[in-house]
Design a protein around this ligand. Structure first.
Ligand code: ZN
Length: 99
């Protein structure tokens, strides 16, 4: 299990992708930088603020703190995987856009 080390809000100097949704984080955009260790290896990942929010809510709801999730699998700013999100958008296009 990954061990949390630190997190802080930074302004990105070089483009990267968000660990939650896989969408790009542009240069100059502010994002959350999270450092953690797994099996003795230090890893850094980046989050859109709204994706961090969605993740916190999901883990609170499901009580899954610290459990691994599938990177890049979620729709940006939501706790729905991209597949479910697409179906929801097809069913309720307006609600999916403005949850
Ligand atoms: Zn994201």
């Amino acid at each position: 299990m990954a061990e949390f080390i630190s997190s802080k809000t930074i302004t990105k100097r070089k483009p990267d992708s968000c660990i939650w949704c896989g969408e790009p984080i542009a240069r100059g955009e502010s994002c959350l930088e999270v450092v953690s260790a797994e099996d003795g290896e230090i890893g850094t990942c980046y989050w859109h603020p709204e994706c961090d929010d969605a993740c916190q809510k999901m883990m609170q709801r499901d009580r899954t703190w610290g459990e691994p999730f599938e990177p890049y699998e979620f729709a940006r700013g939501t706790n729905l995987c991209k597949h479910d999100y697409r179906i929801m958008q097809q069913q309720q296009p307006n609600e999916a856009k403005n949850p």
